[in-house]
Design a protein around this ligand. Sequence first.
Ligand SMILES: Nc1ncnc2c1ncn2[C@@H]1O[C@H](COP(=O)(O)OP(=O)(O)O)[C@@H](O)[C@H]1O
Ligand SMILES: [Mg+2]
Length: 435
Amino acid sequence: MEASARATVLIVDDTVDNLSLIGSFLKDLYQIKAANNGAAALRIALSASPPDLILLDIMMPGMDGYEVCRRLKADPRSRDIPVIFLTARSSVDDEKFGLDLGAVDYIGKPISPPVVLARVKNHLSLKASADSLRASLDTARAAHAQLEKAQKHLIQTEKMAALGQLVIGVAHEINTPVGNALMGATYLAELLDTLHGQFLDGALRRSELAEFLEGAREVCGLLTTNIVRTTNLIQSFKQVAADRSGSVRRRFDLKDYIGDALLGIESYLDEAECRLTVSCPAGLVLDSHPGPLAQVLLILVRNAVTHAYAPGQAGRLSLDVSLHEDDTVELRFADGGKGIAPDHLPKLFDPFFTTRRGNDSTGLGLYIAFNLVTQVLQGTIAVDSVQGSGATFTLRFPRVLPDGDGGTAPSTISRPDPSGEPPPSPTPPQAQLVW
Ligand SMILES: Nc1ncnc2c1ncn2[C@@H]1O[C@H](COP(=O)(O)OP(=O)(O)O)[C@@H](O)[C@H]1O
Ligand SMILES: [Mg+2]
């Protein structure tokens, strides 16, 4: 109903006198339609210009008011039109029956014009409010659907952009060591050709052979360095996808598992003069992927050793585990090192972000950790740092992964599989990093 247009009231009564009586005092305020039987009432109610309210007599020959009301309420086109019964029958039971059918009100005959006017006015204004609420709801729903669509599109676009960046990054990173290796191999071939020529001429001098050997050793060193770097990169790239098919989901005691895992990196930490203190509640049993979890911890430990402290500087690392009320596990890994610059923080989990380019760093460690935590462990990872006072990485993930999430969980607690997942890169000393 438009605010400016007059509302339409349909009066249904088999007695023509009643129709004209009611019509006479409503017509100044409303547009009136009239029907003297149920079928005609339904026709008008379901027409292209339905009424805004229906005053409905109950006792009519043929289809009675109750039946008309039942049909109106059963049809989505007419079910929102308020119906007020007008009848001489006014026992409490009758009223209840009528209201149960979906009528909004009940007016007993003989009618009093001011009462009818007041009720009609009230119910029309209620209907107008309900209509406008419904319209707002529809608008909100449409806006929400539109937003969801836009969000999906954005996520897709972002994914594609991230993938593109990753491919460019991979190509760029691999290009340098492979290019260097190719240069080395070409140079080695030249050295060999020269040596071969000297040998065939029978003019190979001892000093020339020594020169060749020196050059060849240098080139072999260069080749090895670059091929190792390429292998490391490929190893890291393979983990970027955070493929959970390779890892086993099972039940394990977190404290025991961390203890065993730390044994594997004890000497690595000793060498780096770093001490790691672990605090974890006993008997905390997880049903998740231990391999990827260990891999993430390893990445964090290696980063603390590599980035937080200068070589030879004694480091203090801590790992604190707690269980939250919502059955999620929180792991806080902190170092007291140099910390992270504020403008680096937002980029820390991006692929290829590193502050040590050219060394052994690929800038993929935290990106891999992020993917493992969010995709395999189905949790979150965040970083906090005050420059100069260290960094804290906080992982939070469900203690028990939701059902149907890869792998089967044996019902007994087993010790960690010592072969675990391969570490993200073979440096530093891989033999000591068997998690
Ligand atoms: N504990 C830490 N303390 C200081 N800086 C860190 C720490 N951990 C990570 N970083 C910073 O985050 C960057 C990205 O780490 P990562 O993704 O593992 O790549 P990479 O170790 O190959 O550089 C590092 O280059 C370093 O600048
Ligand atoms: Mg790293």
